[in-house]
Design a protein around this ligand. Structure first.
Ligand SMILES: *Cc1c(COP(=O)(O)O)cnc(C)c1O
Length: 411
């Protein structure tokens, strides 16, 4: 064994052979169970990021494992040129639980966004208004990493070096309704937003603003696209964030992914029949999208995620976190600046660097995610127990102490 491979086994180092687009933590896991992840050495970590809101039912959830195993022994893949009963089943479940009439299945969130944008533009084209191509998005948004998705998000650092910004995308400041009113015009196709921004730092659109946007869309024939890839499927304490508005701000098109497969890659673009009227045979497609493995796991996940008792549990655990984190904000005003988000999409804005704080948390064997605006995010599995939440708060508190000590030593 060379010295280099010995080192690599002790602590994972940046790979020579993986495209270097991630700054990875020096940590690798071998298995998971519920909210616990275990390294090859058997060290346990409490997972309060859940693969960035993906493992919503915990790691190795027995129901999802069983669904995957059962399907794996029957059929993995055919092609979308055939009927896929699993798609009919999952689409039926999703449309029954939402505003939507139809669903297109994808392998990822970004692809669900692609489908949403194409659906919106094609709708207007079908209506004889091909000039309506503009997609209006908001500062702080994140819609994925395909070219259309980074153009929709407009984050300059994700666009840099990838050629000129695409035409047909407009970006507005967060929360400014007057700017939206002014921007919507004869060439507007759709407004796209995350009802609770994830990567941007767990920022929720105020309910009143969502209502006004919906109304403006109705008045102007603009389609409203929600990106509930991160905040949807139960994370907010209702199945979707728009459910909190009781029918007042329902979208025309919605992208979901992440929790949909609980760790198996699957996404979906949901739409009303009218919004999707341009999506006729040949207008879109995907080789893998909606394949039988993804559909089997997705159906098992949605069955769990639509249980009212799980939503009640999310609200209870979220209430506990919010209360405890506010207490920590009072005790560590030099570290914790703000608590935000909705349900178990919790953002903690920090006064000390968030990347360092994530390391302090890892030192306590607590895994949390970063976020924009110097936030860290807590995105635990939705079935995290209150006892585990208590443990997470204890670890978070010790991370606050470490962050304070570090800031004082530097001062
Ligand atoms: C993760 C995420 C995406 C992108 O999903 P991918 O599966 O990484 O393509 C898009 N929008 C939001 C809100 C997300 O959180």
């Amino acid at each position: 064994m060379t010295e280099q491979t010995a080192q690599a086994q002790a602590a994972p180092v940046p790979s020579d052979h993986i495209m270097g687009v991630y700054q990875r933590a020096p940590l690798a896991f071998e298995r998971g169970e519920g909210a616990r992840l275990y390294t090859a050495e058997g060290e346990a970590y409490l997972d309060c990021m859940a693969g960035i809101a993906v493992n919503a039912l915990g790691h190795a959830n027995p129901k999802l494992v069983q669904a995957l195993k059962d399907q794996a022994e029957k059929l993995w893949h055919v092609s979308n040129i055939f009927q896929i009963p699993g798609q009919e089943k999952l689409a039926g479940m999703l449309t029954a639980a939402t505003f939507a009439d139809v669903v297109f299945f994808t392998n990822s969130g970004a692809e669900a966004i692609e489908c949403a944008i194409k659906t919106a533009r094609k709708h207007h084209w079908k209506n004889g208004q091909p000039e309506r191509i503009d997609i209006i998005g908001f500062e702080g948004s994140f819609h994925g990493r395909t070219l259309a998705a980074v153009n929709a998000s407009g984050n300059p650092s994700y666009l840099e070096g990838f050629g000129p910004p695409m035409p047909g995308f407009v970006h507005l400041p967060f929360g400014d309704f007057e700017a939206i009113e002014q921007a919507v015009g004869a060439t507007t196709a759709a407004i796209i937003l995350e009802p609770v921004q994830g990567e941007g730092g767990a920022r929720a659109f105020p309910d009143a603003l969502l209502r006004k946007i919906r109304q403006l869309c109705d008045e102007t024939g603009t389609l409203l696209i929600y990106d509930e890839i991160q905040c949807g499927l139960g994370r907010s304490g209702r199945l979707f964030v728009y459910d909190w508005l009781e029918g007042d701000a329902t979208p025309d098109i919605m992208a979901v992914a992440k929790a949909l497969g609980g760790g198996f890659p699957v996404g979906a673009c949901l739409a009303t029949a009218d919004a999707a009227k341009g999506m006729t045979p040949g207008s879109h497609g995907s080789t893998y999208g909606g394949n039988p493995l993804a559909m089997a796991v997705g159906a098992a996940a949605v069955e769990e995620l639509t249980k009212p008792e799980l939503m009640a549990h999310v609200r209870e655990v979220a209430g506990y976190f919010t209360q405890q984190l506010s207490g920590l904000q009072d005790r560590f005003p030099d570290v914790v600046v703000d608590i935000r988000g909705k349900g178990l999409l919790i953002g903690v804005k920090l006064a000390t660097p968030n990347r360092e704080f994530m390391q302090h948390a890892r030192d306590e064997h607590l895994l949390i995610a970063g976020g924009g605006d110097n936030c860290v995010r807590l995105l635990p599995p939705l079935n995290l127990t209150l006892e585990e939440a208590r443990e997470a708060i204890g670890k978070f508190e010790r991370a606050c102490e470490a962050a304070r000590a570090k800031a004082r030593a530097a001062a």
